[in-house]
Every structure is written in structure tokens, then in C-alpha cells.
Design a protein around this ligand. Structure first.
Ligand code: ZN
Length: 437
């Protein structure tokens, strides 16, 4: 494995609080030294002047479609999209076919992940088949390597089942990640319930369908003390509920996705299925509340909800097309557009939300896995590193996308930040810059 010396970048490590110009030397998959003007030689030298040197980005919420829907994405193709987007680690959701609800399938994901370009960790289902009825063997799933529990794609609607799942998830030392959607309030719903759904004649999805589940779950968390994580927040009221729970000291965290920070339900005009998401795009007041939620420290994790679908599926009429968009390759640029450019947060904070915070959520940090912990840059630590050009202008084009599917509303958008190198375990997996030898 060639050694790598990265010179003169802005090293940002939220765990140690480091934010300074420095060099970083990588040998044998580990970070050997971080310091100014290192008198070191390496097989490859990278001039990182003007670039940010960040811990490898971690996405705790992606759909890799394997097993069962390999025509949309596989663990391998999803990992290509991940490293193209600067991610060194992704956590994949259990709504596969078969469902990720048994230790055998957890191990299958790890087996497939050995060929992947980045690290892939499975989040396993809380109930068998994600049906919300019979609890899965959560203890065994955790022992097989599940890094979180979720029925994502669906909510656990029964409060009784949810309480049992939270109790078992807490005992296993994991966090539960909830897809918050009260199903009786969203039957046939295709988009946010508002003026535009009325105009388009599409059944609407009210905000309260999300809020009511978070309200209920916060009460269950008060009883079970399970770490509880709200997936893909979409509305202003949800931010308030999460804030109140955190103020009470409950172990509640929340994530937001790039599209909810950048788009509103107006993107659905013209029946554009690339704007059909679950939860749906809402209104400007929600988008602003979500950005404020990040700025004020209520939302502490960012996640793409990368959801590949084929062009054929997305060409169906709006009401029949599947929910979701891909997100890994445009995520960092989108977060910079939504959060940094308007001045809500700075780069060190953004990197914290993309590295150590998701690592802690999924037990991938040093506290949980000792010296192999992810999410930080430290001497002796694993060399998962992302180089970011904070001012690189680029336009999203279909031919540029490395994953298998193309369903994104951000085609032809011009952004002003981009990951330019992804290093996983000391190996360069993606590069958009010159490497000197
Ligand atoms: Zn979901």
C-alpha cells in the first residue's frame, strides 16, 4: 500500500477541535502524523493548498437495494456513488428483499461489502418483514453486526410493538431510527398537502402525520430510555418536538436530507417525479425551519436517504411512481449551498454533522470500537479521509454520476463545493486532483 503525504490543507477535526493548516501522512492504512511542514517523504504527495482535509464522510441512511432490487443499485454500485460523493462509510437500510431482519442477511451485507469501495454497515429491521407486528431478534441482529435498528420505508405504527422494540434496542446498545409516518393519515398520499397538491389534484400528505409519530415516540423514549433517532425530518413542527425532547434531556437525535433543505413542493409542479419523496418536500417555512434547526443544534446529523430507482419506474405517472431520489454524489455540495453559503453554520460544524455525529449514532466511533473508531482524524487512527474543495464550481451531469440510477432533481444544478478525493483505509478510491509522485 503506497504511503500518502497530503500537504498544506486546512485540517478540520471536530473531535479534537483542530482547524489549522497542516500536513497529514498516511502509511499502511493509518494516519501516522498530522503536523505543520512535516519533514516526511511518501510514495505519493498531494498538494492540498486551498482544500479542506476532513475525516471521511459518513452517511447513516442510504438504500443500496441489495438483496432483491439489484436493477436499481447494488452494494458495489452504491459504494461507487458514495466515494464519488466523498463518503468513506455508509449505513444501509433494511427495506431490501428479503428484509434485513435476520443475522444471516446482516452477514450477507458484510460479505458483499468486502468488494465495496467504501465501508458499508447494515441497519437491521426492528420487526419481521418490516411489517410492524412481530419483533425481530434484535439482540442477535446486533451480535451479527447491525449498527442500528429501523423499519425505514415504514413506521412501526403500533405503540405496543414500538415500546418492545425500543426496550430491546436499548438492551442491545443500539439506536432506533424511526421513519415517522402515521399510515392512516397518508393513505394514497403522493405529495405534501397544500396549495400545490390541490392544484395538481394529488392526494396530500399532512405535516401532522410526521409530528404525531415523533410526539408518541418521545413519550415511549421517556419510558424506555432507548436512543431514538428521527429520520429525514421534513417539517417545522417536527423540529420543535425534537427540540423540546432534547431540552428535557431525552436521548433524541434527528437528521435532515439535502432535498428537504433545498427544495419545496413547488418542485412537484409539472408532475415532476424526480421531486416525489417520502417524506414529501414541503413549504418554504419548513425549509427555513429545518435550516434553523441545524444552525441551532437541534438537528445534529445529516443523511442523504439515497434512494435509487430506474428511469422506467420514475417515468410512471406521479401518483404511481416510487418515492425517493439518489443523493450521495450531490450531498456535500447541497449542504454547502443550504447551510454554509447563507451563513447558518461554518465548515467545522458541517463536518461534525457529517462525520463524528453519525459515527456516534451508529456506534462506529472510538467510544464504541476503540482504536478502530471512525469519524475523526487522529494520529494512529484509521486513514479514512475526504479532501474537499470549498469553492469548486461544478454542474451536475448525468454522465458524471457513478451509481447505477439517475433519479435526481439536481441535474444541471451548478454548485460551489465538491469533494475532490476520497481515501478509505489509506487507499485512494476517488480523485479529482493531480497526485505527485
Ligand atoms: Zn424513510
Amino acid at each position: 500500500m503506497p504511503s500518502i503525504l497530503i500537504r498544506k490543507g486546512r485540517v478540520i477535526d471536530p473531535v479534537s477541535g483542530r482547524d489549522e493548516e497542516a500536513d497529514l501522512l498516511i502509511e499502511e492504512g493509518r494516519i501516522l502524523t498530522i503536523g505543520r511542514d512535516l519533514a516526511a517523504k511518501a510514495d505519493e504527495t498531494i498538494d492540498a493548498t486551498g482544500l479542506i482535509i476532513s475525516p471521511g464522510l459518513i452517511d447513516p441512511h442510504v438504500h443500496l437495494r441489495e438483496p432483491g432490487q439489484e436493477h436499481k443499485e447494488t452494494i458495489l454500485t452504491g459504494s461507487r456513488a458514495a466515494v464519488a460523493g466523498g463518503f468513506t462509510t455508509v449505513c444501509c437500510m433494511p427495506n431490501t428483499s428479503p428484509t434485513l431482519d435476520s443475522p444471516e442477511i446482516v452477514r450477507f451485507v458484510y460479505d458483499q461489502a468486502r468488494r465495496a469501495e467504501c465501508r458499508v454497515f447494515p441497519v437491521a429491521a426492528g420487526t419481521i418483514g418490516r411489517k410492524g407486528e412481530k419483533m425481530a431478534e434484535i439482540r442477535l441482529l446486533a451480535r451479527a453486526g447491525a449498527v442500528g435498528i429501523s423499519d425505514d420505508g415504514d413506521v412501526i405504527a403500533s405503540a405496543g410493538v414500538m415500546k418492545s422494540v425500543l426496550t430491546a434496542t436499548a438492551a442491545a446498545g443500539l439506536a432506533f431510527m424511526q421513519h415517522c409516518q402515521e399510515p392512516t393519515l397518508t393513505q394514497n398520499a403522493a405529495m405534501h398537502a397544500g396549495g400545490i397538491s390541490t392544484r395538481l389534484g394529488l392526494p396530500g400528505w399532512p405535516r401532522i402525520a410526521e409530528e404525531i409519530i415523533i410526539e408518541r415516540d418521545v413519550r415511549l423514549v421517556g419510558e424506555t430510555h432507548c436512543r431514538y433517532h428521527v429520520q429525514h425530518l421534513s417539517c417545522a413542527g417536527s423540529v420543535d418536538i425534537v427540540e423540546a425532547a432534547r431540552d428535557r434531556g431525552l436521548p433524541v437525535t434527528a437528521e435532515v436530507s439535502p432535498h428537504h433543505l433545498l427544495l419545496t413542493d413547488e418542485a412537484c409542479l409539472g408532475y415532476d417525479t424526480s421531486a416525489k419523496m417520502n417524506p414529501p418536500l414541503r413549504e418554504t417555512s419548513d425549509l427555513e425551519a429545518l435550516r434553523r434547526g441545524v444552525a441551532e443544534g437541534v438537528i445534529t446529523v445529516l443523511a442523504t436517504d439515497h434512494a435509487p430507482h430506474t428511469a422506467d419506474e420514475k417515468s410512471l405517472p406521479f401518483s404511481e411512481a416510487p418515492f425517493g431520489i439518489i443523493g450521495l454524489e450531490t450531498a456535500l455540495a447541497g449542504y454547502a449551498r443550504a447551510l454554509i453559503e447563507p451563513g447558518h453554520i461554518d465548515w467545522p460544524r458541517l463536518i461534525e454533522l457529517l462525520t463524528i455525529n453519525p459515527a456516534r449514532l451508529c456506534n462506529l466511533d472510538r467510544e464504541h470500537v476503540g482504536e478502530n473508531g471512525l469519524g475523526e482524524l487522529r494520529e494512529g487512527g484509521i486513514a479514512d479521509v475526504t479532501l474537499i474543495d470549498p469553492v469548486r464550481e461544478w454542474t451536475v451531469s448525468e454522465s458524471d454520476l457513478a451509481g447505477q440510477s439517475r433519479n435526481t432533481p439536481f441535474l444541471d444544478w451548478t454548485f460551489h463545493a465538491r469533494p475532490v478525493m476520497t481515501i478509505v483505509g489509506g487507499v485512494v478510491r476517488m480523485s479529482r486532483i493531480e497526485v505527485g509522485v
